[in-house]
Design a protein around this ligand. Structure first.
Ligand code: PLP
Length: 428
């Protein structure tokens, strides 16, 4: 679909054509496991990747393919691979780059589940992670060694809402010939297109704003198509004969689509973290209204953050959209439409007041999720960031005296009234 269309048009039309068999205007849910081959030669050509088509829904499915094209278009990427969750997307993104003994350099400010995945579970693959404050560019540079295969960060970090200087990190990864992987879950392509700022790969938990209403678990990896996988010997799965696909050289064969083809032909085939077509349908529906929802999320978040900051019961608010935030200037560059709708609040009453606040809210839901149309609240230190040490929690912006708000699209005055009555109870 032509890139000259605006975001509001692309979020509805990209990847979706009237169904060639029936004319159905909405993307059908192709609830099928397999696809009939025309003949033996057709089957062989598909398996050889000489012809693009559908074989088996663990690898490809037309409903999922429409979603992949839509997200790749919105992010400005060459291709995208959907998978079963945001965590699956992180493995799918790193799998072609990594091997035993290799490491990544990752921001200390990440979703707690990601910190645990990177620091504990990746160890079992022989991968390791060096966590660094990505505001300290000298420390990022110093952490890179001969075995480093990527830098990983979040555009707007969960839970603190801190904004990452993606162009500064891209300058470092370019110099070292390694990719920059950006988790754009909390910003969405409406607020930030990391590829335009120099990212190589973008990952999402589609579970959040892309679907937008708390109905789906899903993930996606978007490839910029701009990275030269053959510039050094660090990425043999993409630049050298790949033994898992009878010696095919993905970069030489598929050029800008090398990473995407690898993700489908080997990542989905062998790791099996497939997105089902029903989930793809819900996410396609969600994305149709992404910009409309995000505008309301932004307006509500800005209003609530300003109200909370002015309240005497509140110690601090981390929203990067506030002029008092140390990230305010950077937010203007990286997420110029607004700093998202996720931030933390610390209360003068400390831990006890945080717990009481969470328990006293009526309209906010106490859940382990974000990016829903409903406003959500959680105490990260005892939940999403629970597996972390106190030091890691503080570095991630999830100190014990902090609650995280994911501001929804309800009437902002109703949300403020709810916060007001709960703060009264929390500070009594
Ligand atoms: N990235 C971020 C920023 C998240 O907040 C989450 C989940 O909360 C994930 C990734 C993981 O996504 P999923 O729960 O879909 O696996």
């Amino acid at each position: 679909m032509t890139d000259s269309f605006g975001f509001d048009t692309l979020q509805i039309h990209a990847g979706a054509r009237p169904d060639p068999a029936t004319g159905a205007r909405q993307v059908p849910i192709y609830q099928t496991t397999a696809y009939v081959f025309r003949d033996a030669d057709h089957a062989a050509a598909l398996f050889n990747l000489q012809e693009v088509g559908y074989i088996y829904s663990r690898l490809t499915n037309p409903t999922v393919a429409a979603l992949q094209e839509r997200i790749a278009t919105l992010e400005g990427g060459a291709g995208a691979v959907c998978c079963s969750s945001g965590h699956a997307a992180q493995i799918m993104a790193l799998f072609p780059l990594m091997g035993p003994g290799k490491n990544i350099v990752a921001s200390t400010r990440l979703y707690g589940g990601t910190i645990t995945q990177f620091s504990q579970t990746f160890k079992r693959f022989g991968w390791s992670t060096k966590f660094v404050d990505t505001d300290d560019l000298a420390a990022v540079e110093a952490a890179i060694d001969d075995n480093t295969r990527a830098i990983f960060c979040e555009t707007i970090a969960n839970p603190g809402g801190y904004v990452t200087d993606i162009p500064a990190l891209a300058e470092i990864t370019n110099r070292h010939g390694i990719p920059l992987v950006v988790d754009n879950t909390t910003a969405t392509p409406y607020l930030c297109k990391p590829i335009e700022l120099g990212a190589t790969l973008v990952v999402h938990s589609m579970t959040k704003y892309l679907t937008g209403n708390g109905t789906v678990t899903g993930g996606v990896v978007v490839d910029s198509g701009k990275f030269d996988w053959s510039q050094n010997d660090k990425f043999p799965s993409l630049s050298q004969p790949e033994p898992a696909y009878h010696g095919l050289k993905f970069h030489e064969t598929f050029g800008a689509l090398a990473f995407t083809f690898h993700g489908i032909a080997i990542g989905l085939r062998d790791l099996g973290m497939t997105l089902n077509p029903q989930a793809a349908h819900y996410t396609l529906m969600g994305i149709e209204t992404l910009s409309l929802r995000m505008d309301r999320h932004l307006a509500n978040a800005a209003k609530l953050a300003a109200w909370l900051e002015a309240d005497s019961r509140v110690e601090a608010v981390t929203y990067a959209g506030l002029e008092s935030s140390p990230y305010h200037e950077r937010a203007g560059r990286i997420v110029p439409k607004g700093a998202g709708a996720l931030f933390t609040v610390s209360l003068k009453g400390g831990y006890d007041a945080c717990v009481k606040l969470v328990d006293s809210l009526d309209l906010f839901s106490h859940v382990a999720n974000l990016g829903d149309t409903r406003s959500l609240i959680i105490h990260p230190a005892s939940t999403t960031h629970r597996q972390l040490t106190l030091e890691q929690q503080i570095a991630a912006g999830a100190a014990p005296d902090t609650v995280r708000l994911s501001v929804g699209t309800e009437d902002a005055d109703d949300l403020i009234r709810d916060l007001d009555q709960a703060l009264a109870k929390a500070s009594a």
